[in-house]
Design a protein around this ligand. Structure first.
Ligand code: ADP
Length: 243
């Protein structure tokens, strides 16, 4: 009999917290992290949709520059095709511009840039954001902190999607058949994975020390991984709503 009131109290608490989340419109900023093939782009899109986050992918920003053959795109193209990391002088201003354009324009209803998210036919500015593809080095992690501090924001959580190397290679090969991406070829894939091990994994340690890192198993189906990420993010939102 005793646990019935306890259960009742718990479910009331959950109800109150979910109301608080809605009312306070909890804004969280997250980084999604993972090796090529880990599915960070797919997961980031799903999360952006579910929680109404702004999604900024540095890979997508760069590919758009390449497609439009802008001066930046022309500089980045060969580097990306080799599977190397483009220089900070290219990627940092792109990210900075995307963040500022989307976070600081005074009129929330003004038509923004082509990246503006449309909801029901109207321009719309989400509260939280999800960064995908950045940082890839410790120095980029420090730069991201600086960019966020300029916007009076901070990173609330870094979600690392963990997938074993064999599975990464299998997925990229599968994707290569349909993506048409110039960097999804055998040699380039191996090079990108090696670069990730050498330059990007130290970023995990960086965020682990700062207490922001949450690692989720990403070896299964998309729906399983998203379920794990959502559990983590809802905990982060819950904690933030209480403060
Ligand atoms: P993946 O995770 O499969 O490598 P992305 O779309 O994130 O795919 O990135 C594609 C390419 O864009 C990278 O291989 C790299 O050349 C370039 N790129 C993306 N983000 C960055 C970054 N933060 N720093 C340097 N290069 C980047």
């Amino acid at each position: 009999m005793k646990f019935i009131p306890a259960l009742f109290v718990l479910s009331c608490q959950n109800f109150v917290v979910s109301l608080q989340l809605k009312k306070k419109n909890v804004m969280i900023n997250i980084v999604i992290f993972g090796a090529p093939g880990a599915g960070k782009g797919t997961q980031a899109k799903l999360l952006a949709e579910k929680y109404d986050f702004l999604h900024i992918s540095t890979g997508d920003l760069l590919r758009q520059e390449v497609e439009l053959q802008t001066p930046i795109g022309q500089r980045a193209q060969a580097i990306m095709n080799r599977g190397d990391l483009v220089g900070d002088d290219i990627v940092v201003p792109l990210l900075g511009r995307a963040l500022e354009l989307r976070s600081t324009l005074p009129d929330p209803d003004a038509a923004l840039d082509p990246w503006d998210v449309e909801r029901n036919g109207a321009p719309h500015r989400p509260e939280g954001c999800i960064i995908d593809g950045f940082p890839r080095t410790v120095s980029q992690a420090q730069t991201l902190e600086f960019l966020f501090s300029r916007l009076k924001r901070k990173i609330d959580c870094v979600v690392a999607i963990d997938v074993p190397r064999d599975e990464l290679v299998r997925r990229i090969h599968e994707r290569a058949a349909i993506s048409g991406r110039a960097d999804d070829t055998e040699d380039v894939i191996r090079h990108r994975l090696d670069l990730y091990d050498q330059q990007t994994t130290p970023v995990l340690e960086y965020y682990s020390v700062s207490g922001l890192l949450a690692t989720v198993d990403g070896s299964g189906e998309i729906s399983e991984t998203i379920g794990r990420i959502c559990k983590t993010l809802e905990l982060v939102m819950h904690l933030k709503a209480k403060h």
